[in-house]
Write a protein that binds this ligand. Structure first.
Ligand code: NOJ
Length: 560
């Protein structure tokens, strides 16, 4: 049974592994569990505390493992349950915890539950999923669109009804209103917890409770109705409280909900400090700031003023009442150094400084610590991601977008940018595989790779190591983890500056978010008699009220 529930996750740094692209150990071009085992020393050297493992369960891979056909078995491409057990114990031996991806908004259509459910209307598992009749005119039950293009309903001839799938048609949504679904999910979660895993990242958990009334939703000029109507549904908090009571409270876990469509008020419920639901959530407002008329498939530059205002709202809004996740990168996002930065190592360090000095738990996505960039995929044939490929097909076939223009947005935003092989060294395929990688390797691996960085004190890797160490063992640790946040100069379009304060001690963080030199005057209300440099990406150790900041300069000071 549970040890005392501690809040170790507040003081941890999490590293996300997308196993398919991390390290291949058997030459089939696909990363695997034994590959991860072989890289644990690298992670220990970086200094992270927790691995979040994207799904490793049995899956037909329509959505790279986010379509699960057996929650208690390992995907063939990734290895065996013995490999998993070995990974868990070897990670624990190095003081690294493992948080599993929990994908329970939907299963694969190849999951035995769905196979039974679709077999007949009277099957005991029928109600594990969401089945509805066509509208009287024969069209799908509602106009809802899938997040991966097309209708969210798929017609099944066998029983003459439609099933709901907010992602691909191979990812039918589970019916959480059925108590037997909740029993089955909670039993499965307990099984993993009893194995000794350290927590869950919960995939689109804000979508598990469907609307009470099934009716058309606004199309916003697109072909289908808005699927965000399923976010933060009527019983989601009730179900998470039940999950807490029946499973999570019995173990000493870290839980983070992927909560599409969450706003501050909802986040305060999901991640409430009383601990009745989850420890923290991923919110997406800041990574949606460069969406535009074409939705996600737009190339609007991200305004720094908007970004500062948004992140500050979350920093201040959750302080003391909930807990933030700090992230820019994951397997669904393009590379931040290509998005906010200019692909340069110094910009990677500036972005990292800004994020890692905030209040919350930082997440590093594989390769971010090397400054890995977006990949020049070129033709649509080089992409592998179902979201990207479906969107390209739907938007070009319906003539809503011109292929070339859409392709340039895809180059900027596709999830595949994050999914290219991890760049280990300058040998063929970046040392990821001895075979043919399942997706192209970014050609810049010859210069951007781990081997070139781990022993170089000026590398992006070494800088991340320092940022992590500051949170773990420095004199500033508590200010960095728990300090109160205050934004400075909100209207400055180039400079991201803020303070952190705890028990009368104060840190000043200043980052120049441009590739040009900038003069910056520290606001009058900020006072100091003395100062100490905490970290600087250009080794600046002189503070003055009037600063001449270098391109992408980022400095952190303690004001004394
Ligand atoms: C969110 C995951 O992060 C994404 O990769 C996946 O495609 C969808 N949920 C569906 O599971």
């Amino acid at each position: 049974m549970a040890e005392k529930q501690s809040q170790w996750w507040k003081e941890s740094v999490v590293y996300q592994i997308y196993p398919r692209s991390f390290q291949d150990s058997n030459g089939d071009g696909i990363g695997d569990l034994n590959g991860i085992r072989s890289r644990l020393d690298y992670l220990a050297r970086l200094g992270i505390d927790v691995i979040w493992l994207s799904p490793v369960y049995k899956s037909p891979n329509d959505d790279n493992g986010y379509d699960i056909s057996d929650y208690q078995a390992i995907m063939d491409d990734f290895g065996t349950m013995d490999d998993f057990d070995a990974l868990l114990s070897e990670a624990h031996a190095k003081n690294i915890k493992i948080v599993m991806d929990l994908v329970v908004n939907h299963t694969s259509d190849e999951h035995p539950w769905f196979i039974e459910s679709r077999s007949s209307k009277n099957n005991p598992k029928r109600d594990f999923y969401i089945w509805r009749d066509a509208k009287p005119d024969g069209t799908p039950p509602t106009n809802w669109g899938s997040c991966f293009s097309g209708s969210a309903w798929e017609f099944d001839e066998k029983t003459n009804q439609y099933y709901l799938h907010f992602f691909s048609k191979k990812q039918p949504d589970l019916n959480w209103d059925n108590p037997k679904v909740r029993d089955a999910v909670f039993d499965m979660m307990s099984w993993w917890c009893d194995k000794g895993i350290d927590g869950f990242r919960m995939d689109v958990i804000s979508m598990i409770s469907k609307p009470d009334i099934y009716q058309d939703s606004p199309t916003h000029g697109g072909l289908y109705g808005d699927s965000s109507i399923t976010c933060n549904g009527p019983r989601v908090h009730e179900y998470l409280r039940e999950m807490r009571q029946r499973v999570l409270s019995k173990y000493n876990l870290m839980t983070v909900g992927e909560t599409a469509g969450v706003n501050l008020e909802e986040a305060k419920k999901y991640a409430n400090a009383n601990g009745t639901e989850l420890n923290m959530v991923f919110q997406f407002e800041h990574v949606d700031l460069d969406s535009g008329a074409g939705g996600k498939w737009s190339k609007n530059p991200m305004s720094l003023i908007a970004l500062k205002s948004n992140l500050s709202k979350w920093q201040n809004g959750l302080d003391g009442v909930a807990w933030n996740s700090l992230f820019f990168c994951n397997h669904d996002q393009p590379r931040v150094v290509s998005r906010l930065g200019d692909n340069s190592p110094v910009s990677a360090k500036a972005i990292a400084t800004m994020l890692h000095m905030m209040q919350g738990t930082p997440y590093i996505y594989q390769g971010e610590e090397l400054g890995m960039t977006n990949c020049p995929f070129g033709a649509i044939e080089n992409y592998r991601d179902i979201e990207t490929l479906n969107a390209y097909r739907e938007l070009t076939e319906s003539k809503q977008r011109e292929p070339e223009e859409l392709l340039s947005c895809i180059a900027y935003k596709s999830r595949d940018n994050a999914r290219t092989p991890m760049q280990w060294d300058n040998s063929p395929n970046a040392g990821f595989t001895s075979g043919t990688p399942w997706i192209m390797t970014n050609p810049n691996y010859k210069t951007i790779n781990a081997a070139a960085q781990i022993n170089n004190p000026d590398s992006v890797f070494s800088y991340y190591q320092k940022l992590i160490a500051l949170r773990h063992e420095s004199d500033w640790k508590n200010i960095i983890i728990y300090g109160h946040y205050d934004l400075l100069s909100p209207d400055d379009p180039d400079i991201f500056a803020y303070t952190r304060e705890l028990d009368g001690r104060k840190l000043l963080i200043i980052c120049n978010f441009t590739a040009k030199s900038r003069r910056y005057t520290i606001p009058e209300e900020i006072k100091w008699q003395n100062y100490k440099s905490v970290i600087s990406n250009i080794n600046n150790n002189t503070l003055a009220r009037e600063l001449n900041l270098n391109p992408w300069e980022a400095d952190v000071w303690e004001l004394i």
